[in-house]
Design a protein around this ligand. Structure first.
Ligand code: SF4
Length: 545
């Protein structure tokens, strides 16, 4: 069978409904039973499949024994049901590329870009208060909670939050401004609010309770005070990938997409029914949701591609002796790996080495707090740029094919955000590097004109082999394991493409939608210690001296 002949997916021919038992078996924990049944039902709806014979014969979940309960460890912080990031999972995907691919300072989209956007938003709200209220203002104060408090110091969250408060935006902030805050932490900045000028400094950004009953693990509050009186207060959430929400948030109204989809199955059906590609469906949706022209969408994507290429170039140009900021004293290795890999006598080794070097380069830029692109996050900011750089600068793939790849990759990110999460504080590293690798696999397959099923299979494979990956950054710095993890994510993306484009596509057993469900479920059940708290794993076993 040729590669092109085998794309008629027979998975949809499976039966119409799953047989989910409605009775809770005796001795089985009620919560486990309900969760398991819900996952099976969701899989049924998304895939149109009955449970497999194996699944139907599978024993019910084991009764909650004492050791199992102990192994479950600390419960994860549950997400409030009224957060938009939770509610919007019910309708069609409405995310757009300009919301998704964001340029901003590293090292973390949720801990730097999100908080900077939040304090910038609060500053703008405060500036709109009536003049008589502003005249009474004496102080601006930001409190960081949950994961923002637990690992914020290593992420530079306080510097990002202060930068937003003094009117800096993530896409345009000069990283040297943030470096300056690190090197001279006592600096004081006047913030103009009406006729008032209020001095702010890093002392106004408070690391508050790391644990508590928060709506989201990345919660923060911003206050404008008049002495002890609160003139304005807003609770915010940095929900992953630089996306933000606040208490009472309602998403902006958007036009309906031309091709509504909430699953990969639906997205691929649009592509196949219209004899076109996933990328073309995504482009049509971008245009219908935002009202932008094709040229405008392409111009934005070009900006992101160029920024990705620039971050790899900038990372490769750093000295081999450069040491990244922070207590780990980690040496930059991108330039060394690149130079030495280029000398490899075996072509395949050279390919893996230089692809890794590209990912290390962009990821080290993230570690330096320089400008990176969320794809989908700051911690994973080396993965997509590595593939974009390899395809455009090394393989010289046509620009339009790379644009198409960026749109297919965005579809992967949107679906993971829609049904699972992009936030390590919610789902561990599988939600960052796993999603990034899956996106990069879809990018590569699309750039090489793979049929839609092969694009799906490549993305599925890359995501599948990151399931369960925890987030345990050493000392709270997005360096170890993050930087090398980007290199592995990039190489796995290439491997996923290599397998998907060479296997018989219709025999690929696992659908992307099934793997996204597994991502969501694994995220829910992952011990909270492994969700960007630096309380376990490598963060515990590595001793810095
Ligand atoms: S371990 Fe993974 S998820 Fe956690 S900070 Fe590092 S890259 Fe991000």
């Amino acid at each position: 069978m040729s590669k092109r002949e085998d794309i008629n997916d027979d998975r949809d021919l499976l039966g119409p409904s799953a047989q989910v038992p409605s009775e809770i078996p005796t001795g089985v924990d009620r919560r486990k039973f309900i969760v398991r049944s819900a996952v099976i039902s969701a899989a049924t709806v998304m895939n149109g499949c009955t449970r497999s014979e194996t699944e139907q014969k599978a024993p019910p979940p084991a009764p909650e024994s004492a050791p199992a309960a102990a192994a479950a460890g600390a419960p994860a912080v549950p997400l409030a049901a009224d957060l938009n990031v939770v509610m919007k999972q019910k309708g069609p995907v409405l995310t757009t590329v300009d919301e998704f691919y964001k340029v901003g300072p590293g090292p973390s989209s949720s801990h730097t870009i999100g908080p900077m956007r939040i304090t910038y938003d609060f500053y703008q709200r405060a500036a709109k208060l009536p003049a008589d209220q502003l005249a009474k203002a004496t102080k601006l104060q930001v409190n960081l909670f949950g994961s923002l408090s637990a690992t914020g110091k290593g992420h530079g969250t306080e510097r990002a939050a202060l930068a937003g408060l003094v009117g800096k935006e993530p896409a345009t902030v000069d990283p040297l401004f943030l470096d300056g805050l690190r090197d001279k932490p006592d600096q004081v900045f006047p913030v103009k609010l009406g006729s008032k000028s209020i001095d702010v400094s890093l002392k106004d950004i408070i690391y508050d309770a790391p644990k508590g009953d928060f709506k989201h693990p990345n919660t923060m509050t911003c206050k404008l005070l008049a002495g002890n009186d609160v003139l304005l207060e807003q609770e915010y959430y940095s929900v992953g990938g630089g996306f933000i929400e606040w208490k009472g948030y309602t998403p902006p109204k958007k036009n309906p997409p031309k091709y509504p989809f909430a699953t990969m199955k639906e997205l691929r059906a649009h592509a196949d029914d219209n004899k076109t590609t996933i990328a073309k469906i995504m482009l049509a949706n971008e245009m219908s949701i935002t009202g932008r022209s094709e040229a405008e969408v392409n111009a934005f994507i070009d900006k992101i591609i160029n920024a990705m290429v620039a971050t790899v170039k900038s990372g490769l140009s750093m000295s081999e002796d450069d040491v990244l900021p922070g207590p780990i004293k980690l040496h930059s290795k991108a330039a060394s790996v690149y130079k030495r890999a280029m000398d490899d006598k075996f072509q395949a080794d050279r390919g893996i080495g230089v692809l890794s070097a590209f990912a290390l380069a962009a990821s080290e830029e993230n570690g330096r707090g320089h400008l990176v692109i969320t794809a989908p996050t700051g911690g994973s900011a080396g993965v997509m740029p590595a593939l974009v750089y390899a395809l455009s600068e090394v393989r010289k793939v046509d620009r339009q094919k790379i644009r198409d790849g960026m749109l297919a990759a965005a579809a992967i990110g949107y679906l993971c955000k829609h049904h699972a999460t992009l936030s390590a504080a919610e789902g561990g590293c599988q939600a960052e590097i796993g999603v990034a690798s899956s996106m990069a696999a879809a990018l590569t397959a699309t750039a090489y004109d793979a049929p839609s099923l092969v694009v799906e299979n490549a993305a599925e494979s890359a995501l599948e082999h990151h399931l369960g990956m925890t987030c345990d950054p050493v000392a709270g710095y997005v360096q170890v394991p993050c930087i090398e993890r980007c290199a592995f994510g990039a190489v796995k993306a290439w491997t996923a493409y290599a397998i998907a484009s060479n296997e018989i596509a219709s025999r690929h057993r696992i659908s992307f939608d099934e793997t996204v469900l597994a991502l969501a479920q694994t995220a829910k059940e992952m011990n909270s210690k492994y969700k960007e708290t630096s309380e376990a794993g490598l963060a515990l076993s590595v001793v810095l001296c």
